[in-house]
Write a protein that binds this ligand. Structure first.
Ligand SMILES: Cc1ncc(COP(=O)(O)O)c(C=O)c1O
Length: 389
């Protein structure tokens, strides 16, 4: 559990490290983009996977009840959220799960609300499925970014069928408060809007408390349809193993979704993901707590570094996720000039703000789930580019 140790990920087919050139057009850029971590997974996960290798037989595999039990007990322990095993459906990723949920519960042309700037595949999920994109941009307040509840109601009056909630929010890093979630739930109840709550970052909370939207609605006795997407992938750095799950509140909805998966022949599981997820949920908590401390230290470091060396930029301190949203609007470059400056002068491959929606123009997102030395290298490059301006 040495998060300081730099592990060379180059030439391992790592998307973050080995596909920079393909994505950014140059291979001398320092990668701070993809949301995965430069850390090894917890030791119990590695041991469990090693056992599967030692056995050496990789025939067809089904997810065992013990995985359901480990997942349910994790949700209970971390969020005091009681989920029965028969509410869960495992899926090979949150993004495909959302696509299947859109297909199952909406029709072509139906309105789906998102809250930009937001995780950019949400746009593709709605557009590729020929649904109507309804935008409810976050607003900037004195206290930071917040939901625009008035505008949300307007979008619902447009006839929205679904709200794609990002909780905690990527890239802003907000961990939504119970009050904010309750306001959303009230509107969804009033306008009969189904909430698909993407809670993939739920375990990565630095400040505040994550409340599963479905738990909040149930605790308040509200009549809101909610389907939750979660995964151990961000939490324990297991994204390549492609395991996530969807939590249903209604049996009928779960049945419809499973039928949709059957029609698309989704459902072959792999044993590495099973044992990794189970080991992570049963034995990974201590690792996670240390990770969160390390990430918070990196966030503090970024804040301090930028305040001291690049005061024209402003760090939006995340309450959750290991992603830091940096406000670069005072540089007064348009989105495309800022993008080329970051690449050509900064030699950085980070996530340009405008890809999360127009509201993100002038911002950039960096990933700080990396050894301090890696984060520092990226910041030094940013400073050098700034000093030359
Ligand atoms: C909000 C959000 N949802 C989903 C994903 C990706 O999920 P998956 O890899 O399980 O498809 C990410 C990854 O960054 C994310 O930030």
């Amino acid at each position: 559990m040495n998060f300081e140790k730099v592990i060379d990920r180059q030439k391992t087919n790592s998307m973050k490290w080995d596909f920079v050139s393909e994505r950014y057009g140059s291979d001398d850029l320092w990668p701070m983009w993809v949301a995965d971590m430069d850390f090894r997974a917890p030791q119990p996960v590695l041991d469990a996977m090693q056992e599967v290798i030692n056995h050496g037989v990789f025939g067809y595999h089904r997810r065992p009840d013990s995985l359901f039990e480990a997942t349910a007990s994790w949700l209970k322990k971390r969020f005091d959220w009681g989920v029965e095993n028969n509410q869960l459906v495992y899926t090979p990723g949150v993004v495909p799960a959302i696509s299947h949920l859109i297909q199952t519960f909406t029709e072509k042309g139906d309105g789906v609300i998102i809250q930009p700037p937001v995780y950019y595949p949400f746009y593709a999920l709605i557009n590729y499925n020929d649904r109507k994109l309804l935008r409810n941009p976050l607003k900037e307040t004195e206290q930071g970014f917040a939901m625009d509840i008035e505008d949300l109601e307007k979008q619902m009056q447009e006839g929205a069928k679904m709200l794609l909630l990002c909780s905690p929010h990527n890239p802003i890093g907000r961990v939504w408060s119970q009050e904010e979630l309750e306001q959303v739930a009230k509107l969804c109840e009033k306008y009969n809007v189904l909430v698909v709550s993407d809670e993939i970052h739920a375990d990565l909370v630095l400040k505040g408390t994550h409340t599963p939207f479905a738990k909040l609605a149930a605790d308040k006795g509200m009549d809101v349809d909610v389907i939750t997407c979660m995964a151990p992938s961000k939490t324990f750095n297991l994204a390549a193993l492609q395991l996530s799950y969807v939590v249903f509140q209604q049996e009928e909805a779960k049945k419809q979704y499973e039928e949709q998966l059957q029609r698309q022949f989704v459902g072959i599981d792999n044993p590495f993901a099973t044992v990794a997820a189970e080991a992570a949920y049963r034995e990974g908590e201590e690792w996670l707590e240390k990770l969160l401390d390390y990430v918070q230290d990196n966030v503090d470091f970024v804040k301090q570094y930028i305040e001291t060396n690049i005061p024209v930029m402003n760090v939006i301190e995340p309450e959750g996720t290991y992603l830091v949203w940096i406000d670069m609007r005072e540089l007064n470059m348009g989105a495309s000039k800022l993008q080329s400056w970051l690449r050509e002068e900064g030699k950085l491959a980070l996530s340009d703000g405008h890809i999360f929606g127009n509201e993100g123009a002038g911002f950039a997102r960096i990933n700080v789930a990396a050894p301090r030395a890696n984060v520092e290298e990226g910041l030094n490059r940013l400073k050098q580019a700034y000093d030359k301006l």
